[in-house]
Design a protein around this ligand. Structure first.
Ligand SMILES: Cc1cc2nc3c(=O)[nH]c(=O)nc-3n(C[C@H](O)[C@H](O)[C@H](O)COP(=O)(O)O)c2cc1C
Length: 345
């Protein structure tokens, strides 16, 4: 079974759904002594098997396969769908886009996705948005696979302890991408990482991985000093040569440091943090469909925007410290982080 003490560098490259994680990125992190991850939330079983297999060829180090815990959701009535479609109809994007009314299934079947995972046997399996079915945790344990689950507050952390999972990923409000709150629409405690770490470290017995705004070796030392066993970094890896990040998204991360980040439900139906753009502003008071139906609905907009390098209509997920993102090969970033950790001890 995976132990955090085995790592040469206490760094998990965050799972990032949407083609940003690649075998070259994940294996680069694992070969440098950390854990490389894949965000497989929306990925089909064949592609999951292919990515994990290709990664295994490139590294014998630990790899993490990550999934969302999708809550049961029903297709809303026609009027609600029509209103949501109307809210998305007037954007001016080169090449145009065609919206499609959502169809079933609304999200992938995790049992099918996990067949690929069991066959490829990564070191760890992590979940965002809640606790997976007990059978899944047991099936992972039966195969010697370690299970981690995101918590954004102590209550979620305690539920994770009770679930029998092996570690908690503490996600502070600084983090890029989707908030991992268990409830999509309930109150969000919005805890900064440091406070969340203090709460979880003092009240739970599980190893805690710290995520949200960790960009440098100094940042890693700080979360370790608060009791975390490792840091999970997402934004910090987006501009590595090996990441699947588009050229226009990279440019925003590296040059637009003064643009604020903000949360929006506009892209997916759940709150997620990214660099502010026109789409986010336009959607602020517009109706959206429940997660992940809104995500399928906005797919053609995001794809048209990516194709025409239009950053105003792409989901530019990024944490609050994105201005510190560095562009370099993943091996160099891992080495730099290790050196910064030593220098700032
Ligand atoms: C582009 C992007 C996509 C993300 N996708 C996922 C995901 O699929 N699963 C997940 O558990 N977390 C996801 N996250 C959140 C990360 O796990 C982590 O909480 C976050 O990256 C930490 O903050 P940072 O971006 O400031 O490093 C994503 C983050 C980003 C930036």
């Amino acid at each position: 079974m995976f132990e955090f003490s085995q790592l040469r560098l206490p760094i998990i490259q965050a799972p990032m759904a949407g083609g940003l994680n690649t075998p070259l990125l994940a294996s680069g992190v694992s070969n440098a002594g950390g854990v490389g991850s894949f965000g497989f939330a929306y990925t089909g079983a064949e592609k999951i098997a292919q990515d994990l297999f290709e990664t295994k060829v490139l590294t014998s180090g630990p790899v993490n396969a990550n999934f969302f815990v999708f809550q049961p959701v029903e297709l809303p009535n026609e009027q609600v769908v029509n209103d949501a479609v109307a809210a998305l109809s007037d954007f001016s994007i080169d090449g145009g886009y065609n919206l499609k009314a959502p169809t079933l299934p609304l999200f992938p079947d995790i049992t099918h996705q996990l067949e690929a995972v069991w066959a490829q046997h990564p070191a760890m399996l992590t979940f965002h948005f809640g606790i997976p079915a007990q059978e899944i945790i047991e099936a992972a344990h039966a195969r010697g696979i370690s299970v981690g689950i995101t918590a954004t507050n102590l209550e979620e952390g305690l539920a994770i302890v009770a679930s029998g999972a092996d570690f908690i990923v503490a996600q502070g409000i600084e983090a890029g991408g989707h908030r991992g709150t268990f409830s999509p629409y309930g109150n969000d405690s919005e805890l900064p990482l440091e406070q969340l770490l203090r709460d979880l470290v003092s009240a739970t017995p599980l190893p805690i991985v710290a995520s949200g705004g960790v960009m440098t070796g100094q940042d890693i030392n700080r979360v370790l000093s608060l009791g975390a066993v490792a840091a999970q970094m997402g934004t910090g890896f987006l501009c590595c040569d090996e990441a699947g990040t588009s050229a226009s998204y990279r440019k925003m991360l590296l040059t637009e440091g003064s643009r604020p980040t903000q949360f929006t439900r506009g892209f997916s139906g759940r709150r997620a943090q990214g660099i502010s753009n026109r789409f986010m502003a336009a959607m602020e008071h517009k109706p959206t469909l429940p997660f992940p139906i809104q995500n399928s609905l906005t797919g053609p907009i995001r794809q048209a925007a990516a194709k025409s390098d239009d950053v105003e209509f792409q989901s530019l997920w990024a944490g609050r410290s994105y201005a510190k993102t560095r562009s370099m090969p993943v091996a160099d970033l891992m080495q730099t982080l290790g050196e910064e950790m030593k220098d700032s001890k």
